[in-house]
Write a protein that binds this ligand. Structure first.
Ligand SMILES: [Zn+2]
Length: 49
């Protein structure tokens, strides 16, 4: 590590790789193949009463 990878493209779809910081660590991801960081925080499951 050490150099910025900004501007890289996804090898799958060719979309510009986005960079995000999760938990203080920068991560690269394809917004098309990996839609949003919502995958990190799963939606709250409905509570049954
Ligand atoms: Zn992609």
């Amino acid at each position: 590590m050490g150099y910025d990878r900004a501007g890289e493209v996804c090898r799958r779809c060719g979309t510009i790789i986005e960079r995000t910081v999760i938990g203080g660590r920068s991560s690269f991801f394809c917004p098309k193949c990996q839609p949003v960081a919502s995958a990190v925080t799963p939606p709250a499951s409905p509570k049954k009463r």
